[in-house]
Design a protein around this ligand. Sequence first.
Ligand code: FAD
Length: 493
Amino acid sequence: NRTLVWFRRDFRLHDHMALARASASTPASQSHLLALYLISPEEWIDHDEAPIKVDFWLRALPILRKDFAALHIPLIIRTLDRAKGQHADVILDVCKQYRISAVHWNREYEVDELARDASVQQLLQTHDRQVYQHHDQCIVPPGQVLTKAGTTSKVYSSFRNSWYTVVARNPSLLKESRFPRANEPSALRELHEAFEDGHIPESLDQFPLAESARERARRDFPVGEEEAKKRLHAFIQKKMGMYGENRSSLALQGTSILSPYLHSGMVSARSCIREAKEANGNRLEGGMAGAVNWMAEVVWRDFFRHILVAHPKVSRNQPFKAEFTRFPWASDSGDRSFQAWTQGRTGYPIVDASMRCLNTTGWLHNRSRMVVASFLCKDLLVDWRKGERYFMQHLLDGDLASNNGNWQWVAASGTDSQPFFRIFNPARQSQRFDPDGAFIREWVKELRDCPKEDIHAPSASIAQRLKYPEPIVDHSKARDRALKAFQQMRSAS
Ligand code: FAD
């Protein structure tokens, strides 16, 4: 009786629903568990996965293999080549080779992933294999946080309130899934070839990454669930208490920086809430303000996933609010200004520092993400989808549901959005959230010696002297232009 667990964005052994269920499904003496990971370059290119993120995944595989080997469980690795077969063919092939009768995996909710998984399920069932799909990515499975009318709330605050009620009523939602049982040592003999099945490449040609970026990522974002756990505990012990006060500061590291680990599933969102709740006297609401604020951020993650499932059109490049299909974006969708934005050469220090930070590290503070997204859509009038795509191609934590949900939130085309007329003033954002200019100085070398009074909006003469670009748009004129564009869309509706 052999069971396979197919790993995707869930690089961990602890608190892993599919693994726990697969492990518990048959008596120890009769069962052997195998794990599978598919390296899938063509699919990843289609999905704009960032090279820095692919590097993160490839780095995680040897650790996962080692952790499994300690339980006598082989991790089989296959690299897909569409010309030779799809996911379904490869998995069936693995099932035949190792006489596997059941396959488990954790669900992914994006449109392409759902279609992929449906075809895998169909082929396996046609060949008499059992298939079990588990909800694991969200704390509350999509479709289970509903309004009185039975729909998924489009307003985050009401979603969050219902979410708290659902979790309070079902404490098992936060319960840790059981750690998998080790295979009987006989597995080592019987499955001996599976332990060696599949080479883990160090890099993939399709995802080129400069050596300096690779080294930096290895230093700043070591992989593995041990590392993720360490970060979670350190955050809860040292920073969560002050999260409310420090989370928006660009110079302080006041947030958990767990997003790459959550996205790749090196830690479960359940563990984050469970441990924060415990540290808060077992309360989701009330108690330590920092804990409550932080847990509410993790709930945003569930929110955008629930939205993606309830409104699959957001997976298909469409605005959540239909009227935005008529929004008059800049006609060339701002090719020149888009380039200046990507390169961090807009002449707005906070925007440029943020984009250069993203390009170099693959990670960006939430405040910076909001500022650059607002600048692109509103000051430059570039279609938010170009920004969303650029983020996916560069973020270590690029995640369709969260990225799309937040871009649409900033662009005003999404659920429960920031209203269109609320347009960030970059200089004011910078004065508030980087008052001494420390973040700007770190990333915009030209401004390293710029006095504090000038750093948020250097004058033309200072910019010229320091060889820093002049602003590519005048913010107040750009603001008026954006508001007119919005009116134009409204009157066309
Ligand atoms: P913390 O403040 O410590 O929060 C803890 C966790 O809660 C995060 O790791 C994340 O999983 C979740 N979270 C926090 N804020 C949000 C939010 N607004 N929406 C959804 N989940 C949230 N987050 C991604 O994980 N992937 C993305 O691709 C992504 N794209 C974004 C694009 C834009 C334009 C904006 C404005 C935000 C985006 N975010 C995205 C949300 C947010 O910026 C990051 O999750 C956060 O900055 C990660 O840092 P942290 O781990 O220190 O967060």
